[in-house]
Design a protein around this ligand. Structure first.
Ligand SMILES: CC(C)(COP(=O)(O)OP(=O)(O)OC[C@H]1O[C@@H](n2cnc3c(N)ncnc32)[C@H](O)[C@@H]1OP(=O)(O)O)[C@@H](O)C(=O)NCCC(=O)NCCS
Length: 202
């Protein structure tokens, strides 16, 4: 699949962040309640910054990470995306609290699909299987219900139906599948959750 066809929330939100202006001339990201830092038992979620650029490059080009996200990103689009992370509010780099090593990233798009807040996440393969994604996405989700403004009470996540690791993660978080659709020949599942403080239907 051509990289220009990629349609995943994690990278496509960055097209909005970078519109061709000189990156140096763009101001630091801001938004309500941003920048923010969240601590969990093992991890720190902090705003992405420019020193993280090589990890973002790996997240966007690694075959395993991109397996269900349209394949590796290439060319000018890759350059724009890797530089866009530090220019976008609500993009958390996830680092281990013990040694500061970056293991992945979690992004909340304030105006995602269906006009709702949309959470997406990406971790380096050598850090899969340790519960880091669960720990980080749970913390980001809990924070975002109150911190990221929206007219809608829910937060959604969209994942390919074949992405079993991602679906397991969303189900452990108590998210419920509310819809499905085909995008670029791939069946996708839409999950949703409403804040634990505001129970109701998804
Ligand atoms: C989706 C993705 C984040 C899931 O990562 P993950 O590491 O499998 O997810 P979790 O953090 O929930 O870890 C789960 C595993 O850690 C294990 N684990 C180990 N220690 C743990 C702990 N302390 N707490 C919880 N789980 C733990 C679990 O048993 C589970 O193992 P299993 O995979 O054998 O079932 C990862 O596969 C990824 O980055 N994929 C590429 C990007 C992508 O597709 N994103 C989705 C679209 S937005």
């Amino acid at each position: 699949m051509a990289s220009a066809d990629i349609e995943d929330a994690f990278s496509s939100s960055l097209v909005v962040a970078w519109n061709g202006d000189s990156l140096a001339s763009m101001s630091a990201p801001s938004g309500p309640n941003w920048p923010a830092t969240i601590a969990t038992a093992r991890l720190t979620l902090r705003p992405a910054h420019e020193d993280d650029v090589e990890i973002y490059r790996r997240l966007l080009t690694d075959q395993d990470v991109r397996n269900y996200l349209g394949g590796p990103v290439e060319g000018e689009r890759l350059t724009a995306y890797v530089q866009g992370y530090a220019r976008q509010p609500y993009v958390f780099s996830i680092v281990t609290t013990e040694d500061g090593k970056m293991v992945g990233a979690v992004n909340i798009a304030s105006d995602g699909r269906y006009g709702r807040r949309e959470i997406s996440y990406s971790f380096l393969p050598e850090h899969w299987g340790h519960g880091y994604a669960l720990e980080a996405v749970r913390a980001a989700l809990g924070w975002a219900f109150d911190a990221v403004p929206s007219e809608d009470r829910s937060i959604i996540a969209v994942t390919q139906e074949d992405n079993s690791r991602s679906r397991r993660l969303l189900e452990k978080l108590g998210m419920e599948q509310i819809d499905s659709f085909i995008e670029l020949d791939a069946p996708k599942a839409v999950y949703s959750k409403i804040s634990d403080d505001h129970p109701g239907t998804a």
